[in-house]
Design a protein around this ligand. Structure first.
Ligand code: RIB
Length: 341
């Protein structure tokens, strides 16, 4: 006879797993009618709360698991530092796991975090598979996903309006008079990258600017990927006078490749990045970029997770928080130099 789970009780009572958890652990006020439905379902199914599930709900470990692709990328370093600070302020330690966007590695880390009985997990820009999220949702452990959109029944979500941000970056280059524009994307299977490209394409379409497929080159969110992609773009005829790289690391790689080709930034080619990592303002030339509200993303993710672990109203659903990014104009872009026409 398979063990009756919290999910079975939730289905029978017509409530969320979180509500069942709050009824069992009394971690949140639940309307009497709802509580009675849950208790009736538990009795009818013969449900026995597991001791591990109870310890998870009571936050006995005061630890949060944080899974992200690669902390050597300053964006992830900065956001993980913010999450650790917000968690520490509320008495939590953070266990950091680098997945390298590798689903097998991510799967192993999820198993490790469950074995360590963390109280909740934050995923940042996790791979596109929902397998691990579904498993965690069924187990009742609180999860928040940042920097990616997932179905709301699986987790709370805090994300950027990436399509609008990509549009802003391209619109900036168009407003400077550029017509031969190129784009260096991130790993194309990741939704933030696909949405930024969609916004970029929307801006060019609206301006009546063509974007042949060869002007959009795949990168990997690393400096070397930006260099390789820029070298490909320099073989195009006509060569681009402006490039939008979908993160600052690739923008820096692109600038390095332009310099190696004897080209100046922005006099010969304008470059826009994305993230506004701390060094973006310090490099030469200071980078024009899209600024992600890193601290705000981290604060939302941490607070939604802690609230979900302890105080979330029993009957409320997961939330999707969508934040705006702003264009920060520095010295890596300039008006199209007409003598280049
Ligand atoms: O620099 C890493 C990129 O991956 C960032 O733009 C972040 O949004 C993530 O998608």
């Amino acid at each position: 006879m398979p063990r009756v789970t919290m999910k079975d009780v939730a289905f029978a009572a017509g409530v969320s797993i979180t509500t069942v958890s709050h009824v069992i652990n009394k971690t949140r006020r639940v309307r009497q009618a709802t509580r009675e439905r849950v208790e009736e379902a538990m009795h009818a199914l013969g449900y026995q709360p597991s001791s591990v599930a109870r310890s998870l709900r009571m936050g006995v470990t005061k630890t949060i698991g944080l899974i992200l692709p690669d902390v050597s990328n300053p964006f992830f370093a900065e956001i993980s530092r913010q999450i650790e600070d917000f968690g520490y302020q509320q008495g939590y330690s953070v266990i950091l796991c680098n997945s390298d966007n590798n689903l097998q590695k991510q799967h192993e880390y999820v198993n490790t975090l469950l074995a360590k009985q963390v109280d909740g997990i934050i995923f940042i820009s996790a791979g596109e598979s929902l397998e691990d999220l579904s498993r965690l949702s069924a187990s009742g452990i609180p999860v928040v996903v940042a920097d990616r959109d997932v179905p709301l029944h699986l987790a709370d979500v805090v994300m950027l309006d990436n399509e609008k941000a990509g549009y802003k970056a391209a619109q900036h280059l168009i407003s400077l008079g550029h017509r031969h524009i190129a784009c260096i994307t991130g790993p194309s299977h990741l939704s933030p990258s696909m949405l930024r490209v969609a916004g970029y394409q929307r801006a060019l379409q609206q301006a009546g600017i063509k974007y042949p497929p060869e002007t959009i080159v795949r990168g990997d969110f690393r400096i070397s990927g930006g260099e390789q992609a820029m070298r490909k773009l320099l073989n195009l005829m006509p060569a681009p006078t402006a490039v939008f790289a979908l993160n600052d690391m690739m923008a820096l790689g692109a600038i390095s490749a332009l310099r190696s080709a004897g080209l100046r930034v922005p006099q010969d080619v304008s470059v826009v990045g994305f993230d506004d990592i701390m060094i973006a303002a310090l490099v030469d030339p200071p980078l024009t970029t899209i600024s992600q509200p890193i601290k705000e993303i981290a604060e939302w993710a941490t607070n939604m997770l802690i609230e979900k672990m302890h105080v979330r109203d029993a009957d409320c659903e997961n939330r999707r928080i969508v934040l705006d990014a702003e264009l920060i104009v520095r010295q890596s872009t300039q008006q199209m130099d007409t003598h280049h026409e």
